[in-house]
Design a protein around this ligand. Sequence first.
Ligand SMILES: Nc1nc2[nH]cnc2c(=O)[nH]1
Length: 453
Amino acid sequence: MYTKVFLATAFTSKSPKEVDVLKDCLFCIDGEGLIERIVHPEHADYEKVLDEYIHTDVFQKIEAGSYLLPGFVDLHVHASQWAQAGTALDIPLHDWLSTYTFPSEAKFADLDYAKTVYEDVVSTLLANGTTTALYFATVHKDASVLLADICAKRGQRGLVGKVVMDLVQECPDYYRDADTQTALQDTEEFILQVKEIAKTTKQGVYPVVTPRFIPTCTEEVLAGLGALAAKYDTHIQSHCSESDWAHQHVQQRFGKNDAQALNDFGLLQDKSVMAHCNFLSDEDAKLFAETGSAIAHCPVSNAYFANSVIPVARFAEMGVDIGLGSDLSGGFSPSLYDNSRQAVMSSRMLEDGVNPSVPADERGVNDSRITIAEAFHMVTAGGGASLSLPIGRLEEGYAWDVQRVDTTIPSSRLPIFDPNEPLLDVLQKIMYLARPENIREVWVQGERVHSRN
Ligand SMILES: Nc1nc2[nH]cnc2c(=O)[nH]1
């Protein structure tokens, strides 16, 4: 017996560059919220399965004009920074952190305030089609546990990190870990508490070891965090080679690139996701591919803070796992649709170049462009592979993490006039033009967690 059966037309990524259209398929969901079977109209038992379920209350027909897409995976989001989204994007990263972000994050010592912001950001991401999020919380252990608890209760697959920053010279007195030992002890307690919360969920919540970035961390804490991640087999997240300033800071301190330094501390492994990575050398990218570490590409944020466009096409070609991150609030938008659009636009600017006074053949970087299908891959299957979780694809054995996009709502700006429009064109229009209003239902691990009537 299936617990749910959907009759729908859906899109899923077939390969990094190709999309599969699943037309009028039956998606059969098991009791754990996994896709047990996808029955295509040409399968011999299609009519039999349809007849068996069509008159039951576990059957749902997705009406014409609505399409199912895998839920999106946000590989880099500072949940606390939702409170300052859209502000101060005109100043450099270092100033933005010290004048806006650290004071704003310090407020999360207050659990009531943390609850208000965290409930809102989790709901907002779900309403934007984001079913899995890799979150930075703040340095505060209790508020970070609270974020994991809110994800658990709202049904979002949250991977949550208590942020570690213990380097006295680089962190303000009002906002850092008390000392190195406390940072490590708080992280260990945090990991254990989140593992307990995870037992109460169907979709899973996960503790993530989270050194903010090398510039705010002592060597002792970085090594200790690498050891904790190994001990508890957790995910790891940080920022890596984001901007000229951050990249050079690590070079000056260790005489090597960020990627190499992170690896030396045991922080690059299969469940590591590093944000930005704009200044990775080819050697660094090889290290990412060899260790199975992933890049969280944050194209909106990068336009403000990264001083460059990351060559994702080259790194993908080298075998690095890549997904997309909203990077609230270096990126102002909670929508991974917006980030997919920006990923394509930024890649085109890298390929063509941006300075009109330079001759065309010297202006850009060849073979840098990505298509919207590649962005769709990054925001779904690429995100799932980056986290080593069975999510981001509509395939048997994967979680039923799905968004229903209705292209027919009256306020929709989706110009679909021809009922026979090729479905791959419909997907392109959805990726470029859909807004939260179009996202009518969202499921995580088989449970409906958002609906808009
Ligand atoms: N974009 C971004 N980069 C960082 N580097 C260290 N902390 C941050 C942060 O909060 N946002």
